[in-house]
Design a protein around this ligand. Structure first.
Ligand code: F6R
Length: 235
């Protein structure tokens, strides 16, 4: 594991964006596994800047996102599809037809999950960007008795609902279920890049990367991946 400690969020975003840009420059038709949440916003801003300056070209890139709330369609401003359009896709020269986010409005969730995995294994993710939840979740893989391999439907932990309530009008509006890429999809990525910032994430970073590998700390499975970079800033 490559553990990089930086001074602040700006440095974290710049370093993360550099790692992603390198992948895109070396393989213009690469597949990016992407995340939502507050952690990657700065990284996406840097990638937008470099794309607008003509330094990084996304025209042949495919993206596959980690997760989506169940019941929200892409027009809903709290859906992860909307977040990705708003924070990245609308501002770079990626072909939106090549961007994939689980369909939270799918009538057959099992079929949606199966098709999502088929795509992941068919194309292969070159680099998977991850944030980490305070309970150690990656994607929406919450602490459990076991690791789930496949893309699947999850019931969100109370702590995740509370953490995400800041984006909704009231906590009651936060969806209680979601679709997430499973650990198989995440671990199949050639490279994994996890970013985290803030004092509140210090403990979970310690547990996930320097503690025992356990499904009670889902991100700890990443210790078994052979190409993981963690960028952490206490600020
Ligand atoms: C988002 C995702 C989540 C977040 C995690 C951290 O697509 O999969 O696992 O990465 O909840 O969120 P932030 O970055 O908002 O602290």
């Amino acid at each position: 594991m490559n553990f990089i400690k930086v001074e602040n969020y700006e440095q974290l975003s710049e370093q993360a964006a550099k790692i992603i840009a390198d992948v895109v420059i070396n393989k213009p038709d690469c597949v990016l596994g992407l995340a939502t949440g507050s952690s990657p916003v700065g990284t996406y801003k840097k990638l937008i800047e470099w794309n607008n300056q003509g330094k990084v070209d996304f025209s042949k890139v495919m993206s596959i996102n980690l997760d989506e709330y169940e019941g929200l369609d892409g027009e809903h401003d709290q859906s992860y599809r909307y977040f990705m359009n708003d924070n990245l896709f609308n501002h770079i020269n990626i072909d939106k037809a090549n961007t994939f986010v689980p369909n939270g409005k799918a009538t057959d969730i099992d079929a949606e999950c199966k098709a999502y995995d088929e795509r992941i294994y068919d194309v292969g993710i070159d680099i998977q960007l991850l944030g980490i939840g305070l309970d150690g979740h990656i994607g929406f893989n919450e602490p459990d008795e076991f690791f789930t391999k496949e893309t699947h439907k999850v019931v969100l932990d109370e702590s995740t609902i509370v953490a995400n309530a800041r984006f909704f009008e009231s906590i009651d509006d936060v969806p209680k279920t979601a679709i997430t890429m499973g650990m198989g999809g995440i671990m199949s990525a050639k490279k994994v890049l996890l970013i985290a910032n803030g004092q509140s994430k210090k403990d979970i970073i310690e547990k996930a990367f320097f503690g025992p590998i356990t499904p009670k700390v889902p991100a700890s499975i990443l210790q078994l991946h052979n190409d993981v970079t963690v960028i952490f800033s206490e600020k």
